[in-house]
Design a binder for this molecule. Structure first.
Ligand code: NI
Length: 145
């Protein structure tokens, strides 16, 4: 089984534009498994596939340490409001800055069982999701500074 490691800024792999997942096969499930391993090992609350060098539209979150969520091919359907939140990133250790985000979002994605789901969320979860979607577009939170 492949074991993928966290990559750090300024590695150019963090800047790659990701591609949609066509099929949730064993390889994709293995990537997701690896992502959770890397996220928990590094005590993160979210991780995007680009952070382990994979150019696929996949990110995961677990903000309250009991709610694992997988987002494949995510799309933001609605966004509104604003929130200022102090963000960090596992790929940029030791850097924290206040970033402006939408305070509310509605998102559509596939879960790892290949089912579509919609999620309406706000606050820290909405911030985290926007941060991870940026990763999938090769964007980092320090780009806002
Ligand atoms: Ni990050």
């Amino acid at each position: 089984m492949l074991l993928l490691k966290l990559i750090y800024y300024p590695n150019i792999l963090l800047r790659q534009k990701t591609k949609s997942v066509n099929k949730i096969n064993f390889k994709v499930k293995n990537i997701i498994y690896n992502m959770f391993k890397v996220m928990y090992l590094n005590k993160g609350i979210g991780l995007a596939a680009t952070q382990i060098g994979i150019n696929k539209k996949i990110f995961i979150i677990d903000i309250f340490q009991n709610k694992k969520r997988v987002f494949i091919n995510p799309k933001i359907l609605k966004k509104k409001g604003k929130i200022y939140f102090k963000e960090g990133c596992l790929s940029i250790p030791g850097v924290f800055n206040i970033i402006k985000r939408y305070s509310y979002i509605k998102i559509l994605a596939l879960n790892k069982k290949n089912n579509f789901f919609k999620l309406k969320t706000k606050g820290i979860e909405a911030v985290c999701i926007q941060h991870e979607i940026d990763h999938l577009n090769g964007k980092l939170f320090i780009d806002y500074l």
